[in-house]
Design a protein around this ligand. Structure first.
Ligand code: XUL
Ligand code: MN
Length: 348
């Protein structure tokens, strides 16, 4: 087995989910944030991905001093639990002002609120000892095309990114693309869009991407090629590994649970890039199955990590000489079977 110390793992507190089923009764009791922290180390994780209000509740209402002192208290909780903050992400989509988007709202006051709120999110990150902020642009899109001027919306988004980069000269911002849900169409659906808008900002070197498996699949794309695109540019700054069974609601299944070969190829591309050497995290954005009881409702995290490490072992033990020969002979039937046989542990 690969040394698990090769890779650093993280997840967000939302991945220990309360079990509110949209079509039925709640199936698990709520877990307080403080109770979640000890679970990280038990499951083999060291990084915490925070929404701004996971770290400091009521972000908008607090004075700058209060915000910083609350964030320092959270940093102490992390230190005590032997954990580090990977990033913070502004949860704009939960605020009534953000229902039609924040950065791309038609309303100038709402756009300013979204920028101010995200500046606070950056200040929280710095107190948690990270320079890294992730933007999942949840509602930056439309339900119907005619609701916004899409050209203006992209310009507003660029203005917002510039204001954020100027607010803190060290912050590094990764966009997490997603093509839909909650909106019908989001403005930054793929890593290509994310890196393109990043390159138009005042400081492109502080703009990168976070790729989520399920989001790439929902865009009809292969997650490993999306990752490769970002890796080739030195822009894959984190991942949200999970799985997705076709084009339906965003499922956040355990990594490898729907398509093991696709999972293998994501691990393969991360290995090819030397990702562990970057010391960046392998984030898991996985949810327990809706109806699972509390006793098993963290297994999706430990199982995903275990599958990831088992696939690292598979990638590292694949015979590269055979691969080279089969590619040279353009024998892709043979190449496919060699990989499948290796994955299944059977002889060719
Ligand atoms: C939404 C999603 C979120 C963000 C963080 O689909 O993936 O979990 O990653 O809020
Ligand atoms: Mn995600």
């Amino acid at each position: 087995m690969p040394q698990s110390s090769d890779y650093r793992f993280s997840f967000g507190p939302w991945n220990i989910h309360e079990g509110a089923d949209p079509f039925g009764p709640t199936v698990r009791p709520t877990v307080a944030f403080a109770k979640k922290l000890p679970v990280y180390r038990e499951l083999g994780f060291e990084g915490v991905q925070f929404h701004d209000d996971d770290a400091v509740p009521d972000v908008d209402q607090k004075s700058p001093e209060q915000l910083r002192s609350d964030a320092r208290a959270m940093k102490k909780m992390l230190d005590d639990a032997g954990l580090v903050a990977e990033f913070t992400a502004p949860r704009l989509w939960e605020d009534p002002r953000g229902v039609d988007g924040g950065f791309t709202s038609n309303d100038a006051a709402t756009r300013q609120w979204a920028i101010d709120r995200t500046k606070r999110c950056i200040d929280i990150a710095r107190e948690l000892n990270t320079k890294f902020v992730v933007l999942w642009l949840a509602r930056e899109g439309t339900y119907i095309r005619e609701a916004k001027n899409a050209i203006d919306a992209h310009k507003h988004l660029l203005d917002a990114l510039n204001a954020l980069l100027q607010h803190d000269k060290e912050v590094e911002i990764a966009i997490e693309p997603k093509p839909n849900e909650p909106m019908d169409h989001a403005y930054i659906p793929t890593i290509g869009h994310a890196l393109s808008i990043g390159s138009q900002t005042v400081d492109p070197k502080r703009m990168g991407g976070l790729i989520e498996t399920a989001h790439a699949i929902l865009a009809g794309l292969d997650p490993s090629d999306e990752m490769a695109f970002a890796l080739a540019a030195g822009k894959l700054w984190s991942v949200h590994l999970n799985d997705q069974n076709g084009l339906k609601y965003d499922q956040d299944k355990s990594f490898g649970a729907a398509n093991l070969r696709m999972a293998y190829n994501q691990v393969r591309v991360l290995e090819q890039s030397g990702y562990p050497k970057t010391r960046r995290f392998i984030g898991l954005d996985v949810k327990a199955m809706r109806t699972q009881k509390a006793e098993v409702a963290t297994r999706h995290l430990s199982n995903s990590r275990r599958i990831f490490l088992a696939l690292v072992e598979k990638v590292r033990t694949f015979d590269s000489k055979i691969e080279k020969q089969l590619i040279e002979a353009r024998d892709y039937e043979g190449l496919e079977m060699a990989h499948l046989a290796h994955l299944m542990g059977i002889k060719i």
